[in-house]
Design a protein around this ligand. Sequence first.
Ligand SMILES: [Zn+2]
Ligand SMILES: [Zn+2]
Ligand SMILES: [Zn+2]
Length: 174
Amino acid sequence: MLEDNSQCPQWILGLLTEKFFNACLIHEDLKKNEKNIFCLDCCEGICAHCSQVHHSHRLLQIRRYVYHDVLRLGDAEKLMDCAYVQSYTTNSAKVVFLNQRPQTRPSRGSGNICTTCDRALQDPYFFCSLSCKVHKYLCNTKEYVFFFRFLIPTQFIFSNFPISAPPLFFFFFF
Ligand SMILES: [Zn+2]
Ligand SMILES: [Zn+2]
Ligand SMILES: [Zn+2]
């Protein structure tokens, strides 16, 4: 299990297990209190109101695409090597899914499938989500240090993250 792997950076464990878009318990009474930001320094999901407390931390915007959590590909690539993870274009931005999505029927048999969960994929891809790549990679290699780009603390700014303004989280709602 991913959770048992002590070699895995804490932030990826937190990122892949956090339940985003639930209401923030600290700001239950406020509007726009969905947890749609992940603090890489605290390893927790936070809402726009919380982000003021975490303003000096590295914050990652989580978005929604077809009812599932996604990252902008540009943001995800600052965190880990996203090669062969299937990306989708929405509103002219490329996004990748954080986790596997439930499947109604197995897609084994024909065509290209996710190496971890067997979901049908387009041709040049091996993984349906970041989670599937993390699982496969950690099971098969000790070279995880080359895989994650976020082991050493560095300051970088994620694409279009509005530090001073509430995040534009309606952008990916349909
Ligand atoms: Zn924080
Ligand atoms: Zn909050
Ligand atoms: Zn998969």
